[in-house]
Design a protein. Sequence first.
Length: 211
Amino acid sequence: MHFLLYTVSAFAAYLIGSFSPSIFLSRSLLGRDVRKQGSGNAGATNMARVYGMGFGVVTLLCDALKAVAAIAFAVWLLGEWGIFVGGIFCLLGHCFPVFYGFKGGKGVSVGAVVALAVDWRAFVVVVVVFALGAVLTRKVSVGSVLAAISIAPAALIIAVSTPKLLLAIFGSILVTARHAANIERVVHGEEPDFHAAEPKKFCFKVKRDKK
């Protein structure tokens, strides 16, 4: 019975995480897959860079909500270990979505919810570190990597439970690894500063019947 509950929780969290609002919005409303533009990433930062800050914020909120839903469902089935299972598999779904050829985001927005699930104090640390890193360097990727690195030490210092600590460590490793290319560009001085695009208009695709 426990194995079944863990399996259902993991499967549900992965599927929820696999839904990508950035890909859905860019394909359905904006005319072109966001992964074919900007940095090629299916996340809130690239949405803002390509389609404007408004779409970036909407993407961020939708990604956060799906993480909340995935973790909440897993906790309902498994209790505290649901935080670990729901968080991990939602992150995996977000980064490697089955619905979009396993090419997704880098886990930052979902990682923020993971930090909150670990402990509200860890979340505060992550947000502050991200803000300082991004503002001082003008590079969202730097803020994201520093924030990802900070969550595990924060969880250790706060002395959270084992499921939460394991989730913090996993999230830290995954999000940092997903930014490997960004880290390389930063080292070589090639990482661009963040600039949001001008707001784009909707571009609905309407199919017309042939006469």
